[in-house]
Write a protein that binds this ligand. Structure first.
Ligand code: DX5
Ligand code: ZN
Length: 224
């Protein structure tokens, strides 16, 4: 599957958000990763629906919303109205995961299931046909700028195998601690959606994205 860059705006400069998203789109990012934190599921609080609704209009990018919130089913409809295209819920945060996925689909969005670093990929087995995206956290959710947990690579490989065994073409997304120096390993392990906050928004955004695009190109070539 084609590699996709999903810049996480958690690391953006919020007073220039529109401009920075424009640079992301121009550079070739296809998704914007939108991290919602509620101060309960994770200790931090980030941003929510009004911010999503306002950036939604600015660029033609897929809004990939990562809900780090308790009982996300309470907010499915609100995030659809605000403009989410993909709604990712945490396996660990849902009492009724299947019901939540149904609700996301009924609202007309793609559904994503996210697992924390300590959660084994096998918990996803019953849901492989039930979501369009699977998100492996490669850091503890809640904070940008952390180091990539190396064990995540094995989890990506395992999940890719499980998907292939079933002939599933779902997005396999990885989030946390991805930089130019380790992104190739993440792609080689089987991921196709690459979330990055710090390594896109720190420094020169256009230059950072163009380096990601270069690595994606090399990766594609190596697969031909
Ligand atoms: C962490 C968030 C990530 C975060 C990634 O809880 O889910 O999306 O923004 O940031 P970096 O790329 O800096 O690790
Ligand atoms: Zn995230």
């Amino acid at each position: 599957m084609e590699p996709i860059l999903a810049p996480s705006i958690l690391a953006a400069d919020f007073k220039n958000l529109g401009e920075q998203m424009h640079l992301c789109a121009k550079g070739g990012a296809k998704y914007i990763h939108f991290d919602v934190m509620d101060g309960m599921f994770v200790p931090n609080i980030s941003f929510g629906m009004p911010v999503l609704a306002s950036i939604r209009e600015s660029e033609d990018l897929v809004m990939d919303v990562h809900l780090m919130i308790e009982k996300p089913q309470r907010y499915v409809e609100s995030f659809r109205k605000a403009g989410a295209d993909i709604l990712n819920v945490h396996y660990e945060a849902c009492k009724d995961l299947q019901g939540t996925l149904n609700q996301i689909h009924e609202a007309g969005m793609k559904a994503g299931i996210t697992i924390k670093p300590q959660t084994p990929v096998e918990v996803l087995t019953p849901y492989l046909e039930q979501a369009e995206l699977f998100l492996i956290m490669s850091v503890e959710p809640g904070l940008g700028g952390q180091a990539f947990i190396p064990e995540s690579l094995g989890k990506i490989r395992r999940l890719k195998e499980l998907l292939q065994e079933r002939g599933r073409e779902a997005d396999l997304e990885v989030d946390g601690g991805i930089y130019l120096h380790n992104v190739r390993e993440v792609l080689d392990a089987g991921a196709n959606v690459i979330v990055s906050g710090s390594s896109v928004f720190r420094g020169d955004i256009s230059e950072n994205i163009s380096q990601y695009m270069e690595i994606f190109k090399e990766y594609r070539k190596s697969r031909e």
